[in-house]
Design a protein around this ligand. Structure first.
Ligand SMILES: C[S@@+](CC[C@H](N)C(=O)[O-])C[C@H]1O[C@@H](n2cnc3c(N)ncnc32)[C@H](O)[C@@H]1O
Length: 274
């Protein structure tokens, strides 16, 4: 186990203490974790704060190992600027952000000037609290906000200003459930938010649901993106383990317009005037 891995910590380390991420450029973010997303509503109301259909285990209130990995990648000097030909992506979004650790790190490092942090609606109080707590780490020009996005939800998607230059996500495939089909709704969401110049970076766990991660790789290359590459070599060496993989997706496939069926020509019936 590497020193920075969090999945092996006990309850305090995962749900009570803040998680402090030291970034490559010397900056740091302090990320609040909790047993439930809205402490004011207390644990008793945990069920009300949970969208069990979307996330059966209320997984987002702790910082996952893949968030640490992705935060270190996107704040690695020059990685983002090299992906964007030495400029900054103007519009960025994170999906299933949980505590918001990756976006907070990204904004604090100066890698992006604007980012929208998304997750299920119930997660917004925790994310907003973490944005507020780290405000002094962001440059005065940085715009960082949170907004609910339930994957593949048409209303949520319509309220976002896609396509985005950069889409981020960590540990988004974490259980096996073909019926619920997390893979399909994730691909649908990524496609809806992508344009010709979008770069998608996903850090995915090879531990929680490896077969679903494989299915995601194949399916996204088959139906949604021209390029789906394993770019784990971009993970800083200290944070590289067999447990996570970094994927880069580019070039959304053009959606085939459904051919309109021509109405079958009916032979003119004889008018019955009798
Ligand atoms: C394993 S956690 C990872 C959280 C965070 N990205 C991290 O790595 O620390 C999965 C996250 O995906 C979110 N999620 C699960 N299903 C979702 C859905 N259908 N729509 C939106 N977010 C979802 C959960 O709320 C949770 O925050």
């Amino acid at each position: 186990m590497a020193w920075w891995q969090r999945s092996y910590l006990g309850y305090e380390g995962r749900f009570k203490d803040d998680c402090v991420l030291e970034l490559a450029n010397g900056k740091q973010v302090q990320v609040g974790q909790a047993p439930c997303p809205d402490k004011k509503k207390k644990k008793a109301n945990k069920d009300e704060q949970t969208d069990k259909e979307a996330d059966p285990v209320l997984s987002g209130t702790t910082v996952w190992d893949c968030a640490v990995v992705l935060a270190q990648c996107v704040t690695k000097p020059d990685l983002i600027s090299e992906l964007f030909q030495h400029s900054k992506p103007e519009t960025c979004i994170e999906l299933g952000a949980g505590t918001g650790a990756v976006s907070l790190a990204c904004a604090a490092s100066g890698a992006v000037d604007s980012i929208t942090i998304t997750d299920l609606g119930g997660m917004m109080p925790l994310i907003q609290k973490n944005i507020d707590a780290n405000q002094s780490s962001f440059g005065s020009n940085v715009i960082i906000q949170c907004q609910p996005l339930r994957w593949a939800d048409k209303t949520d998607l319509a309220s976002l200003q896609g396509p985005y230059d950069l889409i981020l996500g960590s540990d988004l495939i974490y259980y096996n459930d073909e019926e619920r089909s997390i893979v399909n709704i994730l691909i649908e969401t990524l496609s809806a938010l992508s344009g010709p110049h979008t770069v998608v970076l996903l850090a995915l766990s090879q531990v929680h649901a490896p077969s679903e991660v494989e299915r995601f790789k194949h399916r996204s290359a088959e139906v949604a993106f021209e390029e789906v590459s394993d770019v784990s070599y971009l993970i800083p060496e200290e944070y590289r383990t067999d447990e996570s993989v970094l994927l880069l997706l580019k070039g959304p496939k053009l959606k085939q317009k459904k051919k309109r069926k021509r109405p079958v020509e009916q032979p003119m019936g004889r008018l019955n005037l009798e």
